[in-house]
Write a protein that binds this ligand. Structure first.
Ligand code: PHE
Length: 503
């Protein structure tokens, strides 16, 4: 009999208790006391489970309670709007709207609603002034009732049962915004059914639930009759906080892998450079605004770094009249002193130019991710120290479509398939491009690129075209990590770092 009914431990305990009184309707509180289950959810779960199996009958009753809403609380402490107005109307000589508006009886934005409330009680405006009607006493009574109604609701923290309230007044206040709010309480009770009564007490003995399977358990026989605790995959669990690389480091690693996979070789360079290699070799005129102190960190030690004179001489002739390149140069007088000034590199293009100068005739594909320095003030999108992703392709026949395809491929592999280029200007490339990536529907500028001018390549002894680019790493990181402030990358906010995915 009833062999088919499978009960869990909490259902067994609840049923045992309810069986003890055939005629009683049990509430959650009563069951909680007797079963010693403190968690009401366990009792409700067991009660519902037993009802579904036909062992109990469940009755659900809904009770509605009313409490003061935001405006109700205000009305309780400051007085009801219509009451304040009514008192004023009764006690002033000048009941005109004008005098109301200049008084501080009610707030400006409440005047309209207040006038409406008075009108609905028969207090009308005539020629701009309120008229006290005949039935003054009746209105006094209504005002008192409303006030008492609010007092009553306020008297209980948990609210007043709807059936204990005057329904007409409640309906009135319900129509007013945020004056009263309702709370519903559902109470369940359970009573035993005949089927429930027939469940034998032996089958209501609780069994120990095994939560952990151990070697000892499996070696013995006790597991054969044991009950196992069901595994609840919906429970919350803690997130393991494992050590992991900083998101910027992971990102650099990803970028390196992409370029290596595309057949590039990695190069590096020093932070400390000369203005000559950082700028003059790139045909940046010596009076270019970007060379000013406001943009570039010049060093006091080493203030100057000597450069071989034959190199200085080449830059001089290129800058002054274009050397043998057919260019007319920038004109003016080239200063070898300026070229030998020490500075912190302002872009990683200095690395690729130096690489070409050391390997002018070997076709190559090289790249590097490196730190650069600019005298920028810090804001949401600027840092004085940041990183560039620099690269070149040098080979006979290298051309613009190759450059664009390479950059598109890189961003596609990073997960940004929509890339476009736009015309730009750099003193060292012709043509010059700006690279933009589409992110959340907007085009974002991520870097510059172009083909090195003969004024750059010829003095280096290089005769093949050189495709070159330099792109911002932090801007890209902002896209990858979904940040709108670049500073977030470096403030070492532990909570943020912990929550970052492993890239
Ligand atoms: N050096 C440029 C910058 O710092 C980028 C660039 C590199 C442009 C190579 C053209 C060619 O923005």
């Amino acid at each position: 009999m009833n062999m088919a009914v499978q009960l869990n431990n909490s259902e067994k305990r609840v049923l045992r208790v309810i069986q003890s009184d055939k005629t009683k309707n049990w509430t959650v509180d009563e069951l909680s006391k007797v079963t010693k289950f403190e968690d009401q959810a366990i009792i409700v779960g067991a009660g519902q489970g037993l009802s579904e199996k036909g062992l109990l009958n469940e009755t659900e009753t809904k009770k509605v309670f009313w409490k003061l809403g935001k405006e109700g609380i205000r009305a309780f402490s400051n007085g009801l709007l219509e009451l304040k107005l009514w008192k004023w109307v009764k006690n002033t000589n000048d009941t005109s709207m004008k005098s109301l508006q200049s008084s501080s009886i009610v707030e400006k934005n409440e005047v309209g609603i207040g006038v409406g409330l008075l009108k609905s009680l028969g207090i009308v405006l005539e020629k701009g002034s309120f008229i006290i009607p005949e039935n003054k006493e009746e209105i006094n009574e209504i005002m008192d009732e409303r006030k008492l109604f609010l007092d009553k609701i306020q008297s209980s923290k948990t609210g007043i049962l709807e059936s204990d309230l005057d329904i007409e007044l409640l309906n009135h206040f319900k129509k007013r915004k945020n004056l009263v709010i309702s709370l519903e309480e559902i109470t369940r009770t359970w009573i035993i059914t005949d089927v429930g009564m027939n469940i034998s007490s032996e089958s209501l003995v609780e069994k120990e639930l095994i939560a952990e399977i151990t070697p000892e358990l499996l070696q013995g026989n006790s597991w054969k009759n044991a009950q196992f605790k069901p595994y609840d995959v919906s429970l919350e669990s803690s997130t393991p906080l494992a050590g992991k690389p900083h998101p910027m480091q992971s990102l650099i690693e990803r970028i390196r892998l992409i370029f290596l996979e595309m057949g590039f070789t990695e190069i590096e360079g020093d932070y400390v450079q000369t203005a000559g290699w950082n700028m003059d070799a790139l045909f940046i005129p010596q009076d270019h605004p970007a060379r000013e102190m406001q943009d570039t960190f010049y060093l006091s030690n080493p203030k100057n770094i000597p450069i071989e004179d034959n190199i200085l001489q080449q830059w001089k002739s290129i800058h002054e009249h274009g050397g043998d390149t057919g260019s007319i140069g920038w004109g003016g007088e080239f200063s070898k002193d300026i070229a030998q000034r020490g500075l912190l590199r302002t872009h990683t293009t200095v690395n690729t130019v130096k690489y070409i100068s050391n390997n002018p005739n070997e076709p190559c594909r090289v790249f590097g991710v490196g730190r650069v320095f600019r005298n920028e003030s810090i804001d949401r999108t600027h840092l004085p120290e940041f990183h560039q992703i620099e690269g070149i392709i040098m080979e006979p026949g290298a051309n613009l479509p190759m450059l664009v395809t390479t950059l598109k491929t890189f961003y596609e592999k990073m997960g940004y398939p929509e890339v476009r280029v736009r015309p730009a200007y750099f003193p060292y490339t012709e043509p010059s491009l700006e690279i933009e990536v589409k992110w959340r529907g907007k085009w974002l500028e991520l870097g510059g690129a172009g083909i090195f001018r003969p004024e750059v390549t010829e003095p280096l002894g290089c005769s093949s075209p050189v495709l070159a680019w330099g792109m911002g790493l932090e801007r890209l990181a902002m896209l990858v990590l979904g940040l709108d402030d670049i500073r977030q990358l470096y403030i070492s906010d532990l909570e943020w770092l912990k929550s970052q995915p492993v890239l």
